[in-house]
Design a protein around this ligand. Structure first.
Ligand SMILES: NC(=O)c1ccc[n+]([C@@H]2O[C@H](COP(=O)([O-])OP(=O)(O)OC[C@H]3O[C@@H](n4cnc5c(N)ncnc54)[C@H](O)[C@@H]3O)[C@@H](O)[C@H]2O)c1
Ligand SMILES: O=c1ccn([C@@H]2O[C@H](COP(=O)(O)OP(=O)(O)O[C@H]3O[C@H](CO)[C@@H](O)[C@H](O)[C@H]3O)[C@@H](O)[C@H]2O)c(=O)[nH]1
Length: 449
C-alpha cells in the first residue's frame, strides 16, 4: 500500500518507520529541510529506542523515503497521514495552522481519490475543518475529486514509541465512509492479526477519544500528586499508599506514580486544549482546570523543597541535576519539570551542573551557552563539588547509587528526589538528608536527622 506521511516528528517518523517495516511503501514529507537532510543522511533527529535501526533497515530496502517536495508527496499515497504539530495557541487552544497548511497542500496537488488521515491531536470538528479546506481549494482549481477525511489519533508514548505503535491496545478510526474504512483496515491489517484492535466510530468521537485518554491519565497523575502532598503533611508514605490503592483492580498500578509533575509535549497542552474546547461550548470543565493547576503547583515542589532544605540561601550555590528530559528514554525536554527547576534556580542566583544520558544536546539547543549552566558527561561529574543534588528524571542509571560516596561529593548533604527512586532509610543511613515526594521522612529538615 502507498502511504504518505506529512511531518517527520515523533509521531510521523515512528509511523513511517513502523508502517514501512510491515511492508507498506511510505513517503515521509516534512517542510523542515534540515531535518529531511539529516534523515536522508541516516542521522536521527530524535532519540527514540529502536527507531534508528528501523529507519535504516527500511530506507535500505527502499520502502521508506523522505522528501520536502509537496507535490510528489501528495501524488504518492492513497492514504495521506497528517502528523504535524498542534502546539498550544496563546489562549491554550490547539493551533491548527500546520494541519490546515497540509490540508491546503493536499487540495492543491491531489489528482485522484485520497483518504486524509488525521493522526495529529486535534479538537473535535477538525476533520470537518480539514474537509472544508480541501473542498474549497479543489473548488478554486475547478476540480471535483472524491476524498474522505478520517481521524486516527495516535496513543504512543515517547521512549516506548515503537512498541506502543506495534502492540498498542487499540487502533481508533473515526470515519463514516465505507471506502475509507476498507483502506484503513488494509493499512492496519498487519497489526490486527491476533485480536480485533480496530475500533471504528464517528469522527467526532474519535477526536474526543484522544483528548479524553490523555486527560484521564493526567488526572490520575495530578490526583496522586495531590494525595502525595497530603501524605507529607499527614506523616504518611505515598509509596505505601500507592501500593495499597493500586492493588484494587478498579484502580490499578498504571500511571499512579507521584512525582514532580507531568511534562512532555502532550499532557500539558492537551489538558489545556480540552479545557478551552469546553469553554468554547459554554461548559466550565472544573476538573480539568484543577488537574492543570495541581500540575503547575507540583512542578514547583522540587525548588521549594530545595530552598527549604538550604534555608532559602541559594545565591552562589551549585546544584547538581540528574535528568533533563521529561521522562526516561527520550531526549525530549518539551515542558519538562527540569526546565521549571533550572529556571527557578537561575532566578535565585544558583548554578546548575546537569547530566542526562540523552538530552544534553537538546538542553544546549534550548538554553545555549550560559555561565550558570554546566553540562557534564556523567552523573559523577554532576555531583562532584556541587552543593546539593536534585533528581528530575528516573533514568535507569540514577537508580543504584552508593549513598556514602554521594555524601562525600556534596558540600551540603541534601538530595531532593522528584521520582522517589530510593528507600529513605538507605539514603539517611549514609548521613544524607533526603527530600522525596509524598514521603513523610522527606519533611525532615537539615539538622534534625
Ligand atoms: N509526541 C508524542 O508522543 C505524540 C503522541 C501522540 C500524538 N501526538 C500528536 O501528534 C502530533 C505531532 O506531534 P510530534 O510530537 O510528532 O510533533 P513534532 O513537533 O515532533 O513534529 C512535527 C513535524 O511536522 C513538521 N511540519 C510542520 N508543518 C508541516 C507541513 N506543512 N508539512 C509537512 N511537515 C510539517 C515539522 O517540521 C515537524 O518535523 C501532535 O498533534 C501531537 O499532539 C504526539
Ligand atoms: O505515573 C506516572 C506516569 C507518568 N508521569 C509523567 O507524565 C508525563 C507523560 O508521561 P508518558 O505518558 O509516559 O509520556 P508521553 O510520551 O507524554 O505520552 C502521553 O502522551 C502521548 C501524546 O498524546 C500519548 O500518545 C500517550 O498515550 C500518553 O501516555 C511524564 O512527565 C511522566 O514523568 C507521572 O508523573 N506519573
Amino acid at each position: 500500500m502507498r502511504i504518505t506521511i506529512f511531518g517527520t516528528g515523533y509521531v510521523g517518523l515512528v509511523t513511517g518507520a513502523c508502517l514501512s517495516d510491515v511492508g507498506h511503501n511510505v513517503l515521509c514529507m516534512d517542510v523542515d529541510e534540515a531535518k529531511v537532510a539529516r534523515l536522508l543522511d541516516g542521522d536521527m533527529p530524535i532519540f527514540e529506542p529502536g527507531l534508528e535501526h528501523l529507519v535504516k533497515r527500511n530506507v535500505a530496502n527502499g520502502r521508506l523515503r523522505f522528501t520536502t517536495d509537496t507535490a510528489s508527496a501528495v501524488a504518492f499515497g492513497t492514504l495521506q497521514f497528517i502528523a504535524v504539530g498542534t502546539p498550544p495557541d496563546e489562549d491554550g487552544s490547539a493551533d491548527l495552522q500546520y494541519v490546515l497548511a497540509v490540508a491546503r497542500a493536499i487540495g492543491e496537488h491531489m489528482n485522484d481519490y485520497k483518504v486524509i488521515v488525521d493522526k495529529s491531536t486535534v479538537p473535535v470538528g477538525t476533520a470537518n475543518n480539514v474537509h472544508e479546506t480541501i473542498r474549497q481549494v479543489l473548488a478554486k482549481r475547478g476540480c471535483d475529486l472524491d476524498f474522505n477525511v478520517c481521524s486516527n489519533p495516535e496513543f504512543l508514548k515517547e521512549g516506548a514509541a515503537i512498541e506502543d505503535f506495534t502492540y498498542g491496545a487499540r487502533i481508533i478510526v473515526g470515519t463514516e465512509s465505507e471506502r475509507a474504512k476498507e483502506l484503513m483496515r488494509e493499512c492496519y491489517a498487519p497489526y490486527n492479526r491476533h485480536h480485533e484492535k480496530l475500533m471504528f466510530m464517528d469522527v467526532r468521537s474519535a477526536e474526543l477519544t484522544k483528548y479524553a485518554a490523555n486527560a484521564m491519565l493526567a488526572t490520575k497523575i495530578s490526583f496522586m500528586n495531590e494525595i502525595a502532598n497530603l501524605a507529607e503533611r499527614l506523616g504518611a508514605d505515598i509509596e505505601a499508599v500507592r501500593h495499597g490503592i493500586g492493588s484494587d483492580p478498579r484502580i490499578g498500578y498504571h500511571f499512579i506514580y507521584p512525582g514532580c509533575g507531568y511534562g512532555g509535549s502532550c499532557f500539558p497542552k492537551d489538558v489545556q486544549a480540552l479545557t478551552r474546547t469546553a469553554q468554547q461550548v459554554g461548559y466550565e470543565a472544573e476538573l480539568l482546570a484543577s488537574v492543570e493547576a495541581v500540575n503547575q503547583r507540583q512542578k514547583g515542589t522540587l525548588f521549594n523543597k530545595l530552598a527549604q532544605a538550604l534555608n532559602r540561601d541559594l545565591t552562589g550555590k551549585t546544584i547538581a541535576l540528574w535528568g533533563l528530559s521529561f521522562k526516561p528514554n527520550t531526549d525530549d525536554m518539551r515542558d519538562a519539570p527540569s526546565r521549571d527547576l533550572m529556571e527557578s534556580l537561575w532566578t535565585a542566583g544558583a548554578k546548575v551542573r546537569a547530566y542526562d544520558p540523552e538530552a544534553m544536546n537538546e538542553c544546549r539547543r534550548i538554553y545555549g551557552d550560559r555561565d550558570d549552566l554546566i553540562l557534564v558527561k556523567s552523573r559523577e561529574d554532576a555531583v562532584r563539588g556541587a552543593d546539593a543534588l536534585v533528581i528530575c528524571t528516573e533514568w535507569k542509571v540514577f537508580r543504584s547509587v552508593d549513598f556514602y560516596w554521594l555524601k562525600q561529593q556534596l558540600a551540603i548533604p541534601v538530595v531532593v528526589d522528584g521520582r522517589n527512586l530510593y528507600e529513605p532509610y538507605d539514603v539517611k543511613q549514609a548521613g544524607l538528608l533526603y527530600f522525596a515526594v509524598g514521603r513523610a521522612d522527606s519533611l525532615q529538615k537539615p539538622g534534625k536527622n
